[in-house]
Write a protein that binds this ligand. Structure first.
Ligand code: NAD
Length: 323
């Protein structure tokens, strides 16, 4: 039985990835600072470790004294735009320490395959209508936030360790990911979960606050598609960074409309000041397409699977103190 370690297994994408690896027949160890908030872990074993510590990373990557066959590194100090713009030092400090020590520990232990979760935040801002950007065009670099710079550095470090130690390194640059069992309140939630929560809390016909004028363009990838991309990429021979994202690009206003449709409510966007991030996104998926991946969930279908879960959390929390 192959042994996999998922770092960040208490988080959103990591907890879904654990389920997929179990379904594929792996023995899975989950590692995180915290257990999953919304569901029992599917991992065979769950270790509470602070991966900013070298000894914790060394303990994480060995199972019964042997290196894990595959390590999936998704742990990060992470959140939506509000968090990314307000916690620059924490992100750069904590996430770079995690990646420095995890990459070093995995390579030195003799781990055969190492996955690193990067982000399309490594790219510069784009104008609507610009041609798709390929992975190579991340350099010369000009990410608009420190989160993107940390990812870019950690990508390069993982690749350097891969070259030196003969470790197969696979790097995905995720587009925005959404789905059930993700953070939906508290300041770290991303736009789809935040807007699902606001719509769930809104009365029919009410206004719903959006940050900025709502014209920023993004694509949103449903978590099952993302996990499928991670799994396929890890078992492919694709070296270097690989974008993973649904090719459906929408404005924030269109995202809100899609959520409103799923809720059955009519809501109106109310622009308020807030951190918007880049204006536009448009990336090539040719590399991930070349290994047979396609997104199966368009935004309508993904939101239809996500909104009821967030609405149920909102209903359950009604009357409870804020998280
Ligand atoms: P998440 O915040 O839900 O999960 C990250 C997990 O890392 C959390 O459970 C957190 O407790 C854990 N963690 C943080 N510091 C740690 C430490 N010191 N030691 C051990 N664990 C620690 O985030 P997510 O959405 O599941 O994202 C997973 C990965 O994908 C991250 O690396 C993120 O940067 C990347 N990514 C996510 C998105 C997205 O839209 N969700 C987009 C691009 C990239």
């Amino acid at each position: 039985m192959k042994k996999a370690v998922v770092c960040g297994a208490g988080g959103f994408i990591g907890s879904h990835l654990v389920k997929r690896l179990k379904a594929e027949g792996y023995r899975v160890r989950g590692v995180d600072l915290k257990r999953p908030e919304f569901d029992e872990t599917a991992a065979d074993e769950f270790r509470l470790l602070d991966l900013r510590e070298p000894a914790a990373c060394e303990a994480a990557v060995r199972i019964d004294g042997q290196p894990a066959d595959e390590v999936y590194q998704l742990a990060a100090d992470m959140g939506g735009m509000g968090f990314i713009h307000s916690a620059e030092c924490e992100i750069m400090h904590n996430s770079v320490l995690i990646n420095v020590h995890m990459t070093n520990a995995a390579a030195n232990a003799g781990v055969a395959r190492y996955f690193f979760s990067s982000s399309v935040c490594v790219y510069r801002d784009m104008k609507p209508g610009e041609p798709e950007m390929t992975e190579a065009e991340a350099v010369p670099a000009n990410p608009d936030n420190e989160y993107g710079w940390e990812k870019l550095y950690s990508e390069r470090m993982a690749q350097a360790y891969g070259r030196k130690f003969g470790m197969a390194v696979r790097i995905a640059r995720f587009q925005n990911c959404y789905g059930p069992y993700g953070t939906w309140r508290g300041g770290r939630e991303k736009a789809p979960a935040a807007l699902c929560r606001k719509v769930a809390e809104a009365a029919d016909g009410a206004e719903v606050e959006i940050w900025g004028d709502g014209s920023a363009v993004r694509s949103y990838t449903y978590v099952d598609d993302m996990v499928d991309g991670i799994y396929r990429l890890m078992h492919s021979d694709l070296e270097g960074a690989v974008n993973i994202g649904c090719p459906q690009y929408v404005t924030v206003r269109e995202l809100l409309e899609t959520i409103a449709e799923a809720s059955g409510k009519r809501v109106r966007p109310k622009p308020v000041p807030g951190p918007v991030g880049v204006q536009s996104r448009n990336f090539s998926n040719e590399r991930i397409y070349s290994i047979g991946w396609r997104s199966q969930f368009d935004l309508q279908r993904g939101i239809a699977a996500t909104y009821p879960w967030v609405a149920a959390q909102v209903a359950a929390a009604a009357g409870a103190p804020p998280a």
